[in-house]
Write a protein that binds this ligand. Structure first.
Ligand SMILES: *Cc1c(COP(=O)(O)O)cnc(C)c1O
Length: 400
């Protein structure tokens, strides 16, 4: 008997659950795109987008997904033949590197594997070795959604400064903005890329690039920045249409307005704290499951290097796929596939999964997902340690 009827829960690391408030805000006819309320709404969005990123710098909005955000950043950061240093701790760092390479950027990848964090000493050494300062920018993810590894951005900035290297620092916060603490200006980040469908709780369709005044001046007019991708007119438009290089993404803007209101009502530090607590709830459950069966383990051993919006884990093949299927069909909870850990044709692929806990998610959703996972382990005879749910409940109950 399936118990999946009722409201389903998409607990994958993006797109995230869309709040009813956001859906309702988007459900309207086309507004006037030349004058009136839409123009005022967009004027009000800009300061809130700066606030959520922790910057007084510029922001350019693109109609696109996260991949579009990468290309937008690449197009403005680099001229053809410029050099980039990419720090990869999972599939998403590698994919950003591929997009830059395909655009004609000379890319050097430092790959730290899929379960250990960026080694700041090695980054500093690589930058010191670049005596001619050919590297124009360092690209990295704050949280790589495939591995769930978090990169310590202030430490990275410190390593770049210690090396005395002038490269710009560009960070992909697609999985982490509005989930994990991020302070663009305080942390010395020059360029930041995000998208609206994860921590910002809006259906996929908007990408953002924030950039500092220093980055604007250093990048000038790149020969990769075709009219659609150039960030200048989007950030400082003379006319409304230049914000989008064409028609505005009208419904998305109403949705984003509502989502940013929700973040402001809760308060950004509280939003971060909620994600941190819910993440620790998930980690407590995995610790207990894994204590009874070493085949179950989170991908990242040290909690300090784990993102707060997604947890990547292994259950031993084929149990992760079996459990995902069971949770979706029997209980209405959809868990994320393992990404970049093994090719989908490899039997090992079926040993990995991810739990998304980003955006519009609260204690009962996270506890419910964990309880459903344990029910699935029991139903499927997947060996696991006892006490996961009481460990998870204790995190919520004590806040510790
Ligand atoms: C989701 C994600 C992307 C890709 O976003 P798409 O919208 O799927 O193109 C890139 N980087 C990170 C860190 C992500 O989480």
């Amino acid at each position: 008997m399936t118990l999946a009827a009722g409201r389903p829960y998409l607990a994958i690391p993006g797109p995230s659950v869309i709040p009813d408030r956001v859906l309702r805000a988007m459900h309207r006819g086309s507004p006037n795109i030349y004058e009136g309320p839409l123009i005022e709404l967009v004027a009000g969005l800009m300061p809130d987008l700066r606030l959520v990123a922790g910057t007084t710098g510029h922001v350019a909005i693109y109609i696109g997904n996260g991949h579009a955000g990468w290309e937008a950043a690449n197009a403005n950061l680099f001229n053809r033949g410029d050099r980039a240093l990419v720090l990869a701790v999972g599939q998403f760092g590698l994919s950003w590197a591929n997009s830059a390479r395909a655009m004609g950027v000379e890319v050097e990848v430092m790959d730290f594997g899929k379960s250990s964090p960026v080694d700041m000493g090695r980054v500093e050494a690589a930058l010191r070795a670049d005596t001619g300062h050919r590297i124009k920018a360092v690209l990295t993810t704050q949280v790589d959604t495939a591995s769930s590894i978090k990169t310590d951005i202030p430490s990275l900035r410190a390593a770049m400064d210690a090396a005395g290297h002038p490269a710009l620092l560009a960070v992909d916060c697609i999985a982490s903005l509005g989930c994990d603490e991020f302070r663009m200006d305080d942390w010395g980040v020059d360029v930041m890329v995000s998208a609206c469908q994860k921590g910002l709780m809006t259906p996929p369709g908007l990408a953002f690039v924030w950039f500092s005044e220093a980055a604007r001046l250093r990048c000038g007019r790149s020969d990769l920045a075709t009219p659609y991708w150039a960030w200048g007119p989007r950030a400082e438009p003379e006319e409304f249409w230049q914000l989008w290089d064409g028609t505005a993404p009208t419904s998305h803007l109403y949705g984003l307005r509502e989502a940013l209101d929700m973040i402001a009502e809760e308060g950004l530090p509280q939003v971060w704290a909620r994600h941190h607590t819910l993440a620790r709830t998930v980690w407590a459950a995995f610790d207990a499951w894994g204590a009874g069966n070493p085949a179950i383990a989170m991908n990242v051993a040290d909690p300090a290097h784990r993102g707060w919006s997604v947890t990547a884990a292994r259950l031993g093949a084929p149990h992760a796929t079996r459990l995902r299927d069971w949770c979706e069909k029997q209980a209405g909870v959809t868990l994320g596939i393992g990404l970049g850990m093994a090719p989908s044709t490899d039997p090992a692929y079926h040993g990995f999964l991810r739990v998304g806990h980003m955006g519009h998610v609260n204690a009962h959703m996270t506890l419910g997902a964990l309880a459903v996972m344990e029910a699935g382990m029991i139903a499927l005879d997947i060996p696991h340690g006892e006490g996961a749910l009481s460990a998870a409940v204790r995190v919520i109950g004590t806040g510790a």
